[in-house]
Design a binder for this molecule. Structure first.
Ligand code: G6P
Length: 470
């Protein structure tokens, strides 16, 4: 049944624009998130009736769903209509932890290696059942909320089956799917059981349009469809690079809380003329934080002249900590950073300043102070940090960038480009970045900032909507 207030535009994603914490006194505290989708959706204007369908993530979210029936109070969402799904915890765990983040994430980012090889047995089949149920819950909610002929933009690898399921329920809708991750090359994608690989592809091909962040990922998807299904059928394939939101970043980076963080960060760095190599990531394997630390270690070994004169400011914010492989990686990052500090540190110099508690204001403070930005993922759909730092940095920041990040397609010309596995080459690039003459750094940063902001989130979102309707 289509709901009374049917929507003309719908977005579906695992993580929604708001999350709740249940306080001890029983009150719910709403916290609004940022990111490209939030600012993209706000671009379609305050009068829009757009509905965002997302999953309840923690206890607070589930309590909010219980109290509201899943249609969240607009006061908590900044006016955005949000339908939050209270998916059963075992279904959610199988879909999100099991299939999305232990399997699909690893396939698309080429993260399998001994001893982390996949095995697809009974446990995985049960998780797959959960992934189907989770996708079905989204498809049914979207079918229920969408007006006749509405446009639905389904996001990411969590929801690969939704387009096909929704198409069966509501043939009248225009459906788009967008992948924020890379797409795996055919041979790697074929690690998945054949029936499941086909279901994933057919699911996305249920959309009128399947879009990606770069041509490389779009081509990989097309190649998988050709190999496994004989083609992409009538689904159109699109590419929409997502850029940094310059206005938002510049304004946000100059608020007083960021100023305060600059003062404390300067204290941690110590010494007024020390250089900074900055990185900001969620702590997960594709970000390649450990090899980044090892490259920094090699820099200090090969070029002792940098000792006491440079600090690696590394913010590694824990992510997906329900899964041991992510927890172990977080511990490894901490261990390698501690070892560098122990081996090289002196009374007045801590070579690595590592922070693991998520703090956006502090990230922006680090962006402003950065002399070098290190973005070296093994693979990354885009990597927005590579785009944000040049916009905010005040010193003319040199970008050391992995050729495997989607951002490479747009920023490669003005960055120092590295193979993410090559620790020695990364150490050399860090040295080159630190010694680059001021004028060249400033020129490159200017060009990087221009390229990084060419497609702001609002444009990214509107382009997709228009292409879907066109
Ligand atoms: C990637 C995915 C997003 C996801 C984000 C954070 O960027 O493409 O869909 O939301 O990581 O991961 P999390 O599992 O914490 O939502």
């Amino acid at each position: 049944m289509v709901s009374e207030q049917a929507a003309q535009v719908l977005v579906a994603s695992n993580r929604g624009p708001v999350s709740y914490t249940l306080r001890d006194d029983g009150a719910l505290e709403a916290r609004r998130g940022g990111g490209g989708l939030v600012s993209g959706l706000s671009a379609i204007g305050p009068d829009t009736d757009a509905v965002w369908v997302c999953a309840a993530l923690g206890d607070g979210d589930h309590e909010a769903v219980r109290r509201t029936g899943g249609r969240l109070d607009p006061e908590d969402t900044g006016g955005q209509r949000v339908r939050m799904l209270g998916i059963a915890p075992d279904v959610y765990a199988g879909a999100y932890n099991g299939v999305a983040n232990s399997t699909l994430w690893f396939v698309h980012h080429l993260l399998y290696q001994t001893p982390l090889e996949p095995s697809f047995g009974a446990e995985f089949r049960a998780q797959w059942g959960a992934y189907e149920a989770y996708n079905r819950a989204f498809a049914e909610a979207l079918a229920d909320e969408a007006a006749d002929g509405a446009s639905v933009l389904v996001q990411d690898y969590h929801l690969a089956l939704v387009p096909g399921m929704l198409r069966a329920l509501r043939p009248d809708l225009r459906i788009g799917h967008f992948s924020h991750t890379p797409w795996a090359p055919v041979d790697y994608f074929r690690l998945l059981p054949d029936d499941i690989a086909r279901q994933l592809l057919r699911g996305i091909l249920g959309a009128d349009r399947a879009a990606f962040l770069t041509h490389r990922w779009a081509d990989a998807f097309t190649a998988c469809c050709t190999e496994l299904l004989g083609g992409t059928g009538s689904t159109r394939i699109g590419v929409h690079g997502l850029g940094a939101d310059a206005d938002f970043l510049r304004e946000r980076a100059h608020r007083p809380d960021v100023g305060e963080r600059i003062v404390s960060l300067r204290e941690e760095i110590g010494g007024t003329d020390r250089r900074t190599i900055v990185r900001v990531d969620r702590t997960e394997l594709s970000k390649n934080i450990v090899r980044g630390l090892l490259a920094y270690r090699q820099l200090l070994t090969d070029h002792p002249e940098w000792r006491e004169r440079v600090v690696h400011v590394a913010f590694a914010y824990p992510s997906r900590q329900d899964l041991s492989v992510y927890r172990d990686y977080t511990a490894e990052v901490q261990r390698v950073a501690d070892a560098i500090n122990l081996d090289f540190g002196t009374d007045g110099w801590l070579p690595v300043v590592l922070h693991v508690k998520d703090d956006f204001a502090r990230s922006l403070a680090a962006y402003r102070l950065a002399d070098v930005a290190l973005v070296n993922p093994i693979r990354d759909g885009m990597n927005l940090v590579a785009k944000e730092i040049p916009v905010v940095s005040e010193n003319g920041c040199v970008l050391v960038l992995s050729r495997e990040a989607g951002a490479y397609e747009e920023l490669g010309d003005d960055a120092l480009v590295v193979n993410p596995y090559d620790i020695s080459a990364t150490a050399t690039a860090l040295h080159e970045a630190l010694t680059m003459p001021h004028d060249e750094r400033a020129e490159r940063t200017k060009r990087l900032a221009a390229a990084a902001t060419a497609l702001p989130p609002s444009q990214w979102f509107l382009d997709q909507l228009e292409a879907l309707r066109g």
